[in-house]
Write a protein that binds this ligand. Structure first.
Ligand SMILES: Cc1ncc(COP(=O)(O)O)c(C=O)c1O
Length: 463
């Protein structure tokens, strides 16, 4: 740490935090007798807490966000320069970085054409849901309004997004939810034995066919959109198997259903392509993104659509209701696109997509080595630098290990100075997947350090 904060300053910060900050996703009772971690500084993949302890962050700010790593002065400078010149104007007007980043972003997304700015992944998904509803009203007398979402997927924290939430523990106690959202089955091949009728071959196509069954049950003329994560994140790091996506695309086209891909986690490089869906050759109608867009240097989220979707909102200029009547106050902040543009430049100049592919393959291989050493590791999966390891008490039955044991592995790594993640408060009885998503600048040495820490932790917790 650079020493700009004295011991007294740090002690005051901890006191103020404990007295007044309500932390996200946290049970506060234990902090009545202990201190929360306060992250003071970061550089590259490393962060330091209030005690000066160094940690290797294997989860990019805990929630898959800091794709280009900490301490990027060039992003800070770009934001500073932009804010001095023009910090904000509501998005009904344009801005210099807004226009230029949109152009650059669309350049990475063949087939897409319009960028709608807002400030969180949840908000971007809400906008997409609103568009689906408005299209239903404009074109289908309100009938084609249902939005399908998948078991185990997550799309955000608002009541609207939780209505499209496939993680029962995350939803619990927050209902009732909005009507018109319908769940379809998951596509986690490792757990196909828990799905009635799932075959051992061509599972991907079968899983997609289950979506069609739901559409036919609901009535295709009532279904407006299908919202999916390209690789499910908090629901267990699930990369759909071969055969899944082409069939999904086919089904959407067959029933005139918009395909909305939630790239909030996968977007901007995490899986080794600009967007997760680009691994699968699919053509979405709407794409939402947030976390890695500016690597957490500024808040920004985008809903990107095709020109065909955009066109639906400008058919009749004499009709005062015939446009997307939506605003996001902070979607007009210029810091977001200014940071996003520099973030994208760094990814290009440093070939971080290439690094993600190479280091993702290396890390996958190292995690597979762990499978040989620890029978508790039942499955290793993911894409690029977005990986998971599912822990089971028995490889044959695939019974999950209990959640307190998963937490012990995470805590052991933390004690060793390596921050890893685990699925939590997500799927009842199935929060048993360790999560890894180091910054896209990770080296072999970083990955070795992460895997060595996990190796030690698994040995201590499971013997
Ligand atoms: C796939 C996915 N979509 C949407 C969101 C919501 O994003 P935000 O927390 O920025 O609202 C998340 C957050 O973790 C996510 O993982």
């Amino acid at each position: 740490m650079d020493g700009t904060l004295s011991a007294n300053d740090l002690s005051h910060i901890v006191t103020a935090d404990k007295a007044h900050v309500w932390h996200h996703l946290s049970q506060h009772k234990p902090w009545e007798v202990s201190d929360p971690n306060i992250i003071i500084e970061g550089k590259g993949l490393r962060v330091w807490n209030q005690a000066g302890k160094e940690h290797l962050d294997a989860v990019s700010g805990a929630v898959w966000t800091v794709n280009v790593g900490y301490g990027r002065e060039e992003i800070a400078r770009a934001v500073y320069d932009q804010l001095c010149k023009m910090n904000y104007f509501a998005g009904a007007m344009g801005s210099v970085p807004g226009a230029l980043f949109a152009e650059r972003l669309i350049g990475k997304m063949p087939g897409m054409s319009r960028v709608y700015y807002c400030n969180s992944g949840s908000e971007a998904n809400e906008k997409a849901f609103k568009m689906v509803r408005q299209i239903a009203h404009k074109r289908y007398g309100g009938q084609k309004h249902k939005i399908l979402f998948r078991d185990r997927d997550y799309h955000g924290t608002t009541i609207g997004c939780l209505s499209a939430g496939g993680q029962d523990e995350r939803n619990a106690q927050y209902g009732p939810f909005a009507p018109g959202f319908v769940r379809v089955p998951h596509c986690l091949e490792y757990r196909r034995h828990e799905q009635e009728g799932a075959p051992s071959e061509n599972y991907g196509e079968w899983a997609a066919d289950q979506i069609e069954k739901v559409i036919l049950r609901e009535g295709p003329d009532t279904v407006g959109a299908l919202c999916l994560e390209p690789v499910t994140a908090g629901g267990g790091v699930i990369a759909p198997p071969e055969g899944y996506w082409p069939r999904v695309q086919e089904i959407c086209r067959k029933y005139d259903i918009l395909l909305h891909i939630d790239e909030v986690v996968c977007g901007i490089g995490r899986t080794g392509t600009w967007f997760g869906y680009q691994h699968y050759g699919i053509e979405p109608d709407m794409v939402t993104m947030a976390k890695g867009v500016a690597s957490g240097y500024a808040a920004i989220a985008c809903l990107v659509t095709t020109e065909a979707v955009f066109d639906l909102f400008k058919t009749d200029e004499t009709d005062p209701m015939d446009y997307f009547r939506d605003i996001s106050t902070f979607g007009g902040c210029t810091a977001g696109p200014a940071a996003a543009m520099e973030n994208m430049r760094i990814i290009e100049d440093e070939d971080l997509l290439g690094n993600t592919e190479r280091m993702g393959a290396y890390m996958t291989a190292r995690l597979h080595d762990l499978m040989d050493r620890h029978k508790v590791v039942g499955d290793v999966r993911g894409k690029g630098l977005f990986l998971g390891a599912e822990l089971v008490s028995d490889r044959e039955s695939r019974d999950p290990v209990s959640e307190p044991l998963v937490k012990k592995v995470v805590a052991d790594c933390m004690a060793q100075g390596v921050i890893i993640g685990a699925t939590n408060r997500s799927i009842p009885g199935r929060n048993n997947t360790l999560c890894f998503s180091p910054a896209l600048i990770a080296t072999k040495d970083d990955i070795d350090e992460i895997v060595t820490a996990v190796d030690g932790a698994l040995g201590r917790v499971f013997g």
